[in-house]
Write a new protein. Structure first.
Length: 121
């Protein structure tokens, strides 16, 4: 849910502020890179992009807040589809398995993997 995103963005902002005054910051983690919530978001991104089209990610604004808003909207689309559409729900369950597989096999080459790895940065 967007609470995960909020905490990630908030933590990153604090880290950047501290770094901007010259301090060294060690980020412990950006949790939540895998799981059903990620699969819902990834499904929503694919839907928003019009398919598994990683090249269209360049059309998403690079501003951190605009990008966070886009990712949040993708999650909302995926979460709603999961609840209301059985076909989408099954696709999201498969996406969840794929995300774990991307980590296990260090997969970066398929279009969906490219979307996943690019948007988690």
């Amino acid at each position: 849910h967007t609470g995960h995103l909020y905490q990630t963005v908030y933590g990153d902002i604090l880290a950047r502020i501290i770094e901007s005054v010259g301090a060294s910051v060690d980020r412990a983690s950006f949790g939540g890179d895998v799981g059903l919530h990620v699969a819902k978001c990834l499904w929503g991104m694919r839907h928003t992009l019009g398919g598994e089209l990683p090249e269209k990610l360049t059309e998403v604004e690079s501003d951190v807040f605009a990008r966070a808003r886009w990712i949040s909207q993708a999650y909302v689309i995926g979460a709603k589809a999961y609840e209301e559409n059985e076909t989408a729900k099954q696709e999201i369950i498969e996406f969840n398995k794929l995300v774990y597989s991307y980590h296990e096999h260090d997969e970066h080459n398929t279009p969906l993997a490219q979307i996943y790895w690019t948007t988690r940065q």
